[in-house]
Write a protein that binds this ligand. Structure first.
Ligand SMILES: *[C@@H]1O[C@H](CO)[C@@H](O)[C@H](O)[C@H]1NC(C)=O
Ligand SMILES: *[C@@H]1O[C@H](CO)[C@@H](O)[C@H](O)[C@H]1NC(C)=O
Ligand SMILES: *[C@@H]1O[C@H](CO)[C@@H](O)[C@H](O)[C@H]1NC(C)=O
Ligand SMILES: *[C@@H]1O[C@H](CO)[C@@H](O)[C@H](O)[C@H]1NC(C)=O
Ligand SMILES: *[C@@H]1O[C@H](CO)[C@@H](O)[C@H](O)[C@H]1NC(C)=O
Ligand SMILES: *[C@@H]1O[C@H](CO)[C@@H](O)[C@H](O)[C@H]1NC(C)=O
Length: 380
């Protein structure tokens, strides 16, 4: 006999059981994510959200999906992961690194990765190597170990979780192996990395195309790999490649105008300015060092506005002359010394005058200290 009452009771019970199961599952998932994000926090920071009316929050949402990535202006941060590498952090990690040059020579940022994302930064420059113990991959800047227990996976989880909340956006991640750490670059390291990108999770969030930069539409909600490391120790069976390959041996150190052919069949080039170590005689001072760096950066940006509209341009506005007396460490080059303005302040009017033109990827140090700089790069 049909008993609607009973059926109703039963289905309520089933629904209640299901929803308990679902909520305990999402509670578990949430707890796991929280634990991962806490372990990632020394590199990620914490996501305190994004004021919806802020122009840089989801700025890609307004662009048509058929926009080619090579036509876009993408603000990035050089040595992204150094944002919390103050003297206090260095002192706390002396047991791992021994005595190394002061923290100010390594620090290139001061806002966390989550802040950067919410402030419109879309390109990250991450330098990896084994963490102490050679079991997990972590982040470094030359000899400076940035966080001994944060794993690359934790930081990528943070990026995935941010993209879930901002599905209109895309993030480009440049990865290169930091060779100055004293840890080995061995087959295990490369297989571990390969595993991250080729896991189910990795395949969901990393754009899987090899050797091409497509449209914004194809890239929304995803990460794009700029591969500045070699997979030269992998077994041939691990042959999947994603993103674009910018091999370290073709990335001329300190080059003001590097050209890398990353896709021969389709004649796709990357034009890169990475003139960072200003080679002026000792004692040249802030004004001259900044002038040289600005000159190289603006020359390359000028190229980006006028040449090869369908090719990738990457310009680093970041630099140092650490060996100068007195030294111009990254903050001085970017922001000046109080009397002489730095590269960032001097670049701002140049960018504003050319609003609407193509600049490509522009990698910045201490971008946050010059209000409007990110907006000027994007062209907002
Ligand atoms: C930043 O560094 C300071 C000093 O070492 C540390 O106390 C703080 O927890 C770090 N911040 C994060 C988010 O890890
Ligand atoms: C990690 O690798 C370095 C360099 O090969 C080696 O000196 C060190 O002993 C290794 N550490 C551990 C814990 O295996
Ligand atoms: C990926 O692209 C690179 C560069 O274009 C090319 O050398 C390589 O053969 C491609 N790999 C695969 C597995 O298609
Ligand atoms: C900044 O550098 C210039 C030289 O480039 C120098 O004349 C000036 O005194 C410096 N200012 C400060 C505050 O150190
Ligand atoms: C300025 O940049 C141009 C183009 O890269 C270069 O030829 C020239 O030597 C640079 N001059 C100075 C003063 O840096
Ligand atoms: C950079 O190299 C390209 C290609 O060789 C060339 O067309 C361009 O003029 C160069 N730009 C500068 C600023 O030297």
């Amino acid at each position: 006999m049909f008993k609607p009452q009973l059926l109703h009771c039963l289905s309520s019970l089933v629904l209640a059981t299901l929803s308990v199961a679902a909520s305990s599952q999402s509670y578990l998932a949430q707890s796991a994510l929280t634990e991962i994000l806490n372990r990632g926090a020394p590199i990620l920071g914490f996501d305190t959200g994004c004021a919806i009316e802020h122009p840089t929050c989801d700025w890609m949402a307004k662009l048509p999906s058929d926009t080619k990535l090579v036509h876009m202006n993408l603000p990035g941060t050089h040595d992204t992961a150094t944002w919390n590498y103050t003297q206090e952090t260095q002192d706390a990690l002396l047991g791992y690194t021994g005595v190394i040059p002061e923290a100010k020579f390594f620090q290139c940022q001061e806002h966390s990765i989550f802040q950067m994302l919410n402030e419109g930064i879309r390109v990250f420059d991450l330098r990896f190597a084994w963490n102490p113990g050679n079991q997990t991959i972590g982040f470094h800047h030359a000899q400076a170990l940035l966080a001994p227990t944060t794993r690359m996976e934790d930081v990528f989880f943070g990026l995935y979780s941010w993209l879930d909340k901002h599905p209109s956006e895309t993030i480009l991640v440049s990865l290169n192996h930091e060779s100055g750490t004293g840890t080995p670059n061995n087959p295990e390291l490369q297989e571990h990395l390969y595993g991250i990108f080729n896991s189910d999770l990795g395949k969901k969030y990393w754009l899987q195309t090899n050797g091409t930069l497509g449209t914004l539409g194809e890239s929304r909600g995803k990460l794009i790999l700029l591969q500045r490391f070699n997979y030269d120790m992998l077994p041939p069976s691990l042959s999947n490649r994603i993103g674009i390959q910018l091999p370290p041996d073709q990335w001329t150190d300190n080059g003001p105008n590097i050209t890398i052919l990353y896709n021969q069949a389709e004649a796709q080039f990357a034009f890169i300015e990475d003139y960072y170590e200003i080679g002026l005689p000792s004692g040249s001072g802030v004004a001259l060092n900044v002038q040289w760096k600005l000159n190289a950066t603006l020359a390359h940006l000028q190229d980006a506005t006028t040449l090869n509209p369908d090719q990738l341009y990457i310009s680093f506005a970041s630099s140092e002359h650490n060996s100068d007396v007195p030294p111009e460490y990254p903050r001085i080059m970017a922001l000046g010394n109080g009397t002489v303005p730095g590269v960032n302040q001097q670049m701002l009017p140049w960018l504003k005058e050319r609003k609407g033109q193509r600049f490509g990827i522009v990698m910045l140090d201490f971008y946050d200290s010059v209000p409007g700089l990110v907006e000027a790069v994007i062209g907002l």
